[in-house]
Design a protein. Structure first.
Length: 160
């Protein structure tokens, strides 16, 4: 699977090489694909699985947009880590378990930002949940790229 993804990305990279270095391009392609996957999961979960209904967990009731976001995360987290580790940041000198822990920390930060923005957009600004998730994604992507590149999958030990 890894070789197929790399082959495909290397095939289309020349069209983007004037604008993006290879790592940024791979991050955009892999992250973008995983983000589309996450948005698709969110849409399916919200509209068809949870059917826009609150989820009663006995001790707390979770709104359908938050439950959908959390369930989609449980699936997109491992795919995102795999793509970042094996396709985007292959040169990282960090051990896999360190990368996973750091990736988890940065994803937790992204989860927090997603949660805050979804609550704001859906519950305060009354924007449709799928559109809110899409808008939220743009805010979080920039923070995530910097975090992944310079923290989770560090390739230079100058500051260690």
């Amino acid at each position: 699977m890894k070789r197929r993804i790399e082959y495909f990305l290397d095939l289309i990279y020349p069209f983007f090489s004037k604008f993006l270095d290879k790592t940024t391009f791979r991050y955009a392609a892999c992250g973008g694909s995983n983000t589309v996957f996450d948005l698709f999961l969110f849409f399916i979960l919200y509209n068809f699985i949870l059917q826009k209904q609150n989820v009663d967990l006995s001790i707390v009731v979770v709104s359908p947009h938050i439950a959908s976001f959390l369930l989609a995360f449980l699936i997109s987290f491992p795919t995102g880590f795999y793509l970042n580790k094996t396709i985007v940041f292959q040169e990282s000198y960090l051990r896999g378990r360190v990368q996973l822990f750091r990736y988890f920390l940065t994803v937790c930060m992204s989860l927090f930002l997603n949660y805050v923005f979804l609550k704001l957009f859906v519950e305060q600004l009354h924007i449709y949940p799928t559109i809110s998730k899409f808008i939220t994604t743009f805010f979080v992507v920039g923070v995530s790229f910097v975090s992944q590149k310079y923290f989770s999958f560090r390739t230079s030990s100058k500051n260690d």
